[in-house]
Unconditional design. Structure first.
Ligand code: ADE
Ligand code: ZN
Length: 327
């Protein structure tokens, strides 16, 4: 119990959470009642049933069901506010939240509605919940170069307050990182930081490509680096942080259990590891739960937990001045 209190009291930073994947039961219930035509249960018990994650395909079904109910600024604001309330509850002070504009535009949401919802929600998060949010706009990789181009054009044309980084998500298998090089180059030249997913479901070659082709300054997941000692040495030497999401890795069956997670080995190799949740309610994860799991299952002591929390501050794209306030 003192461990739980210690973890709660740590001022925490979340660097890898998808906005659509952050929707909890209350948020989805609100959206389902607003959009009954989507066919998502409007009854709480029934929704809890639907929301109980069964396997990766079911996760995708829930993810896309939530996605399909997002129609306007009001819906986006509901999502952002729900996430901020949950972060505040766990004493998470700052989060970089991944938004996939291309998917919303494809679903017919006007860009202005998306931006208004994000900006309103972000202001509300600061005022009502004391949580600072920043945005990562990412490419849904499975939709190819057209999605890459639209995402970077949208990001640089609109540049909403709080936009700090440019990402790449979706499946890795069959979706080479290198094809997105021109879009990352444009985004980086305009000052956005490069944060692609790599090495979640594929091997070290994807991480090398993220580094060499996309100029990755931080890696989403990156867990498969443990298969390549030279890559681990490179990431450690260049201080390229990894956004590790242990529960997500278990739920998507990339690792068999938390006990089997290579996080300890990553730390032993001097990697800048951070703890994150990915799609928290859909994976039954919380950031506090991730800290607790690595402590109780992998034996990380309080000093190491504090180091992980500090790593996240240092790996974040907060301004140096704001970092000092957190530490
Ligand atoms: N988008 C939402 N969750 C994701 C994951 N686990 N990997 C890649 N893209 C995602
Ligand atoms: Zn992710």
């Amino acid at each position: 119990e003192s461990l739980r209190a210690f973890i709660h009291a740590l001022p925490k930073v979340e660097l890898h959470v998808h906005l659509v994947g952050s929707a909890g039961i209350d948020t989805v219930l609100a959206l389902a009642r607003r959009h009954p035509e989507a066919g998502v249960p409007t009854d709480r018990a029934e929704l809890e049933q639907f929301f109980t994650f069964r396997d990766f395909d079911h996760f995708l079904k829930v993810y896309w069901a939530v996605q399909s109910m997002l129609k306007d600024r009001h819906d986006i604001r509901t999502l952002v506010t729900g996430l901020a309330a949950e972060l505040a509850r766990q004493n998470v002070r700052y989060a970089e939240v991944t938004v996939t504009p291309y998917n919303h535009l494809l679903d017919g949401m006007p860009g202005d509605e998306l931006l208004a919802g994000l900006t309103d929600g972000r202001a509300n998060a600061a005022v009502e919940h004391g949580v600072e949010l920043a945005w990562c706009f990412d490419i849904p990789g499975e939709k190819g170069a057209v999605a890459g181009r639209e995402t970077v054009v949208f990001a640089l044309r609109e540049r909403p307050e709080g936009l700090v980084s440019f990402g790449l998500g979706g499946p890795e298998v069959g979706v080479g990182r290198a094809q997105f090089e021109p879009f990352f180059t444009t985004a980086r030249e305009a000052g956005l930081r490069s944060v692609p997913h790599a090495g979640e479901t594929t091997g070290p070659a994807t991480i090398w490509s993220a580094v060499h082709d996309l100029g990755a300054e931080r890696i989403g997941h990156g867990t498969s680096c443990t298969a390549d000692p030279a890559l681990m040495a490179y990431l450690a030497e260049h201080r390229i942080p990894l956004e590790v999401c242990p529960t997500s890795n278990v739920r998507t069956r990339q690792v068999s259990s938390i006990a089997a997670h290579p996080i300890r080995r990553m730390l032993d190799h001097g990697l800048l590891v951070t703890l994150n949740t990915d799609d928290p309610p859909m994976f039954g994860a919380t950031l506090e739960g991730e800290y607790l799991a690595v402590a109780t299952t992998l034996g990380l002591d309080p000093a190491e937990l504090a180091q992980l929390a500090e790593n996240a501050v240092n790996a974040s794209f907060l301004y140096t001045a704001s970092k000092t306030a957190l530490l």
